[in-house]
Design a protein around this ligand. Structure first.
Ligand code: TYD
Length: 393
């Protein structure tokens, strides 16, 4: 049974940044509710938006803009070469090539349906297919299951049709092939009140127990995993075909399943108490912003993320509270955050002249950003963060 546990209100499409001329037009909004499936433990959003409305030639996200992500992709690439030595790799969701570029052009194909982003890797002569990952595409790219490694980071949670996705993976993957999936993990998300991990593009936030159940339907199984710090806590899963005996299932997998069950990720009550904490977090964020405004503090935002879209619209925060956001992404600059209509300006180093308090929309890069903005903190500037708890740092 599918059970609702969190209502995040009416939300616009998170990555639909508005141009100046669009700000007075009515935006398309949808009710964002989060649900739990008590059969396979999958947590998802209830309303699925047509993919073409989200992943098109206006897609702004660029993985290469974060040092943290570039480093993470470099590390996994060198592990892949050492451990698996693949001759034919497919990356599902190759974005601007932060993973792809670690490999020889001859050995790898990127799948990236957002044409504007796909062009970046094509220009560097990396074979990139600007289509959605489907069984037909898998058939046309591979001959008799000859792909020995499929990698996909922060993409699977964006694809609604898991049957088509895993069906296509099964068609492409060789007998001893390995599938590596990584993405935001449900356990840290629920533990640390990371409700902004939910937005139109994040249809699913996976737990190990849920992924394990889903993979059973496709004769696939997890044989290893890594816990990562990226995106507020991610998991990287190493998956194989069930009959492939080349890799033994590591104890870590069962350990993670036990940890998730101990926390209660298989029980609906856990999600109900998460929902209560999220409501409280909203009240606290609004109260702190009201107080800062009353004290005439200049507040700006840092990192106009898709995640901030959820927070701003759920808490009904607009430019009365946060004057503008700074961001490094060229496609976001001089546009406005959807719903809240807060302007995004080109990033420049933080200065006390511009702000007293900075709301960290990209809190998942807190370490990287705080290092970069040491001077601002030294001068008495503060960061406002809402996870795991609302506080000024
Ligand atoms: P991210 O958290 O990856 O994504 P999502 O949109 O999926 O929630 O986005 C990070 C955003 O923060 C991106 O727009 C770039 C911006 N950013 C900066 O402006 N400066 C920085 O130093 C970093 C690390 C990110």
């Amino acid at each position: 049974m599918i059970k609702k546990f969190l209502n995040l209100g009416y939300q616009p499409l998170a990555n639909s940044y508005l141009r100046e001329k669009q700000i007075n037009k009515k935006e398309k909004k949808f009710k964002l509710e989060i649900v739990f499936n008590d059969k396979n433990f999958l947590v998802s959003i209830n309303k699925k938006i047509p993919t073409k409305e989200m992943f098109n030639s206006d897609y702004p996200y660029r993985s290469s803009l974060s040092k943290t992500m570039v480093k993470s992709f470099k590390n996994i690439s060198s592990t892949i070469k050492k451990k698996f030595n693949p001759k034919f790799i497919i990356e599902i969701g190759s974005n601007d090539g932060a993973f792809l570029f670690n490999f020889n052009k001859k050995n790898i194909i990127g799948i990236e349906p957002c044409k504007n982003v796909a062009t970046i890797t094509k220009q560097k002569k990396y074979k990139t297919i600007d289509k959605y990952w489907t069984k037909n595409l898998a058939r046309s790219l591979t001959k008799n299951n000859n792909c020995d490694l499929i990698y996909s980071a922060n993409t699977l949670s964006h694809i609604e049709n898991l049957k088509e996705t895993f069906g296509a993976i099964n068609l492409a993957l060789s007998k001893n092939g390995v599938l590596i999936l990584e993405g935001p993990a449900l356990l840290p998300c629920i533990k640390n009140n990371i409700y902004d991990q939910f937005y139109c593009e994040h249809i699913y936030v996976f737990s190990t127990i849920a992924l394990n159940e889903i993979l059973k339907n496709f004769n696939l199984e997890i044989f290893d995993l890594n816990i990562l710090n990226t995106h507020g806590g991610s998991t990287r899963y190493f998956i194989k075909k069930k009959y492939n005996k080349k890799y033994k299932i590591k104890k870590k997998v069962q350990k993670e399943i036990s940890k998730e069950k101990k926390f209660g990720l298989h029980k609906f009550e856990t999600y109900l108490s998460f929902s209560k904490r999220v409501n409280k977090s909203k009240e606290e964020l609004i109260n702190i912003l009201k107080k800062l405004r009353k004290d005439n503090k200049k507040i700006i935002g840092y990192g106009a993320t898709a995640k901030s879209c959820t927070v701003l619209n759920y808490c009904k925060i607009n430019d009365k509270y946060i004057r503008y956001f700074l961001d490094t992404t060229p496609d976001k600059i001089n546009k406005y955050l959807p719903g809240s209509k807060i302007k995004i300006k080109k990033y420049r180093k933080l200065s006390k002249k511009d702000a007293d308090v900075v709301f960290l929309g990209a809190w998942n890069f807190k370490k990287e950003i705080l290092k970069k903005e040491k001077k601002f903190k030294k001068a008495g500037g503060k960061f406002l963060i809402h996870v795991p708890k609302v506080k000024l740092i």
